[in-house]
Design a protein around this ligand. Structure first.
Ligand code: 1HE
Length: 264
């Protein structure tokens, strides 16, 4: 099944209550054109309506080669600003919404592809994954939120190095630098991301909403404001009917305990 008017660029299917969204322009390494952004926007909106979690992956040998450079050559400065702002809107719908997003990475996760991945809550890289920010070499700058989101993940010094020198980093380094939370064997990132998404989809919706929308905003608050906010969110979630039912289920030993790592 595919999304509306841009059927060929982004695939969409439901796996249980998880939306599986596939970047589907493999002949151009899933480079993000204007139409591609709109197809992604449609898929994200649909998932927000009907899914409890989402997975984004890339068809072909790479996750995403970033901005479609062929389209960008012809743009005026103002069109460039508008395009960048549209990326911000669409990626912002992934970053701050009702459902968590899991990006399954492989091959190139480059430029705007890394900016897209940075807007998801969880990134699963396979061993073939490599990250790069070749904007400096192309004479441009990040425009899909990377200077905010990606810099927050890996830190300004590392991002500066990558942008100035054109450095590529592998999956393990990416994990150490916070660009991925998981590294799995080659070809396994979609499976792992689906497994994690299915697990997150069983959480209370309000808890997921708070994790997605409150946690990333905390560093911008003062310590006191953050702690006060935490108390309100904590009480608001804990007094929801869903929480009550879940707390009682645990006390009555009807649900699983916390498992030690490795399931022991
Ligand atoms: C593209 C793009 C693209 C591939 N825009 N057409 N991004 C970059 O600077 C990355 C540029 N791409 C690459 O370095 C490589 O393509 C890859 C390492 C990602 C993959 O290499 P490979 O050998 O598998 O593929 P390829 O042969 O380089 O590319 C296949 C085709 O895709 C080829 O077109 P063809 O007509 O010759 O078959 C490429 O031209 C095309 N292609 N990447 C357009 N990006 C909001 S600001 C964000 C700023 C950025 O994202 S800057 C980073 C841009």
């Amino acid at each position: 099944m595919t999304t509306g008017q841009e059927a060929e660029l982004v695939t969409y299917e439901m796996r249980g209550n998880v939306a599986l969204v596939g970047l589907n322009r493999p002949e151009k390494r899933n480079a993000i054109s204007d139409r591609f952004v709109e197809a992604l926007a449609d898929a994200v909106e649909r998932a927000r309506r009907e899914a409890k979690a989402g997975v984004i992956f890339g068809n072909g040998r790479h996750f995403c080669a970033g901005l479609d450079l062929s389209e960008h050559v012809k743009k005026s400065a103002f069109e460039g600003v508008e395009g960048s702002r549209r990326w911000h809107e669409v990626f912002g719908r992934i970053e701050f919404g009702p459902i968590p997003w899991f990006c399954a990475l492989h091959g190139a996760v480059v430029g705007g592809g890394l900016e897209l991945a940075s807007s998801a809550q969880v990134r699963v890289a396979d061993e073939t994954t490599f990250f790069a920010l070749p904007e400096g070499q192309r004479g441009i700058f990040v425009g899909g939120g990377g200077s905010v989101r990606t810099a927050r993940l890996m830190g300004v010094a590392r991002m500066t190095d990558m942008m100035l020198t054109g450095r590529s980093i592998d999956a393990d380094t990416g994990e150490r630098w916070n660009l991925a939370q998981y590294v799995v064997p080659a070809g396994k990132s979609v499976e792992k991301a689906l497994e994690l998404a299915a697990r997150a989809a069983t959480n209370a919706e309000l808890s997921n909403y708070a994790v997605i929308n409150v946690l990333p905003r905390m560093p911008e608050m003062s310590r006191d404001d953050g702690l006060l906010m935490e108390s309100f969110i904590s009480s608001f979630t804990a007094t929801s009917p869903e929480a009550e039912e879940r707390l009682i289920a645990f006390l009555e030993k009807r649900v699983a305990k916390v498992a030690a790592p490795g399931g022991g």
